[in-house]
Design a protein around this ligand. Structure first.
Ligand code: NAD
Length: 510
């Protein structure tokens, strides 16, 4: 059985500790075991990070950027094998697995521009002979705790920016699909980052809590489900750290009566069911405005959903593959039952789906509910599976209210040909990322990613210049140099020691 180890500089691991199973969701078999680390493992990683970080921070930003350029080349050269590994542990189809890695590389490309982005601010002559400048300094050691559903992209969101800014970074990836993060850390060393700058520690709650409590870790970035995000936020802040913690989602797609329904159906097929619905920017709730729109949409959706091909993740024709593990499959199917029990109309039932030759795989067929209402638990909570719910809204106001009042506020989309309606919607909806005729509005790497309400705790988004803000702290210097030294006339006589006392006078800015 393959064993997946930590990547800790100068340490090869302790084979006696706890381990977790890493499944192949296509076959339902355990394919590897991952070590589940302890606080002692974390201490080793922190010590290596402390040894490496000052030198890395002192390396000029252009040289740090060159490591990012090289890292990008190495990841691109390994794209096929990384995507296969990712797909075999997660279950998403190869095209999605490549997208997962490419979206992370987009952030690495942003990090290649770090010398420009990190340039400080300077005010010449803020007072008589006084200049003020602000610099963004690295925090020291940062940590990232990431979910199973984007094992390539989300680690790169975090470490790409953190490392380029001069920090050392310790990644605690999901224990369900840890192999790609391990390979990324190895490639970072190959790209020229000193050992200790990007390390990987595996584990579960024990390791997460050790990270949150560790006094030498200055900042923690978390992405996962909301209850854990809230725990991470509270405990990390209590320990005096900077914390950003992204949580779950329940994204709505509003369909106005004037929308192009064929386009909406094509978009929903990908956005609701792609990656088996295991995306925080999936679109699992569709809100047609008016019963005529709802009936027309439903009529077109049913055959489109029934035509979706569920297959092994290496099947190039498959729309989506299995969900991540047996427990998650059972949970999604339980939510479908809850929806039925609550009185929603199950129009297409994906339960009981079996793929011939892969009967033990964690496959679920696509499901469609109609007449879901806001009081239902299956509407309020995240299902995170291939299940689309229709919630009918009588008018535009009701449609804006649904996502705005929902506990989650990650992403939302509106489908319409009416620019005024779209503009009003974008301005008023209480959600962090909005798509207008774009079903999955994930911002590009040089903008930033973050939801509202229970989809994100903390106030700084992932990547882009927001990421740079998160991974750096500002130092502002107010400086005054003694008068008369410009022509050198007093420099050696009295411009030195006799004027040093001036430096202790608090300057006035008038
Ligand atoms: P998860 O919350 O189960 O796990 C996330 C991380 O937390 C993992 O590294 C895991 O080891 C750790 N963890 C698990 N239980 C813990 C505990 N009790 N205490 C401390 N740490 C713990 O999430 P997941 O199932 O891996 O990922 C799916 C979730 O992530 C969904 O809710 C999805 O919406 C969300 N997500 C959000 C975003 C976003 O940007 N908002 C992006 C991707 C995924």
């Amino acid at each position: 059985m393959r064993s997946i180890e930590h990547v800790i500089a100068g340490y090869t691991g302790d084979a006696t500790g706890r381990t977790g199973d890493v499944w192949d969701p296509n076959t339902g078999q355990v394919q590897a075991r991952v070590v589940l680390g302890t606080a002692a493992d974390l201490d080793r990683a922190v010590a290596a990070a402390q040894a490496a970080q000052p030198g890395w921070a002192a390396t000029n930003p252009q040289r740090r950027a060159r490591v990012m350029f090289r890292f990008k080349e190495l990841v691109e050269a390994e794209m096929d094998s990384l995507a296969h590994t990712l797909s075999s542990e997660h279950g998403k189809v190869i095209a999605d697995a490549k997208g997962d890695i490419q979206r992370g590389l987009d952030v690495i490309e942003f990090a290649c521009g770090i010398p420009h982005v990190l340039k400080g601010k300077y005010t010449y002559g803020a007072g008589p002979g006084i200049d003020v400048y602000s610099m963004r300094m690295p925090l020291g050691i940062g940590a990232g705790i990431t979910p199973f559903n984007f094992p390539g992209m989300i680690p790169m969101w975090m470490f790409g920016v953190a490392i380029a800014c001069g920090n050392a970074f310790i990644l605690k990836p999901s224990e369900r699909d840890p192999s790609v993060p391990v390979r990324l850390a190895e490639l970072m060393v190959e790209a020229g980052a000193p050992e200790g700058i990007l390390q990987v520690v595996h584990g579960d709650k024990e390791m997460v809590d050790a990270i949150l409590d560790h006094p030498a870790i200055a900042a923690v970035s978390f992405v996962g489900s909301s209850d854990i995000a809230h725990h991470v936020y509270r405990r990390g802040v209590e320990a005096g750290k900077r914390v950003q913690a992204m949580g779950g989602a329940k994204n709505h797609g509003i369909v106005m009566p004037d929308a192009d329904l064929d386009q909406v159906v094509a978009d929903l097929a990908g956005a609701a069911f792609g990656s088996a619905g295991e995306r925080c920017m999936a679109l699992p709730v569709v809100v047609p405005v008016g019963d005529r729109t709802a009936d027309a949409l439903r009529e077109k959706l049913i055959p489109a959903i029934e035509a979706l091909r569920v297959g092994v993740s290496t099947d190039p024709e498959a729309h989506y593959g299995p969900v991540v593990n047996a427990a998650h499959k059972a949970r999604v199917e339980q939510w479908i039952q809850t929806g039925v029990d609550e009185g929603a109309e199950l129009v297409v039932d994906g339960r009981g789906f079996q793929l011939q030759g892969h009967e033990k795989g964690f496959f679920i067929g696509p499901s469609l509910f109609d007449r879901v209402t806001p009081d239902m638990a299956s509407y309020k909570e995240e299902i995170f599976g291939p299940v689309l719910q229709i919630v009918r809204a009588p008018d535009f106001e009701a449609a804006v209210a649904l996502p705005s009042r929902h506990q989650y506020g990650n992403g939302v989309a509106i489908f319409t040909r009416n620019g005024h309606a779209a503009r009003e919607f974008a301005a008023r909806v209480e959600v962090g990322m909005v798509g207008i005729n774009v079903p999955i509005p994930v911002p590009v790497a040089y903008h930033s990613f973050g939801g509202w309400k229970r989809s994100a705790f903390g106030d700084v988004n992932q990547h882009g210049t927001e990421g740079v803000r998160f991974w750096t702290k500002v130092k502002t210097v107010t400086q005054r140099w003694p008068d008369g030294s410009a022509d050198g006339s007093r420099g050696s006589e009295d411009g030195g020691p006799s004027r040093i006392q001036d430096a202790f006078v608090i300057p006035t800015m008038s």
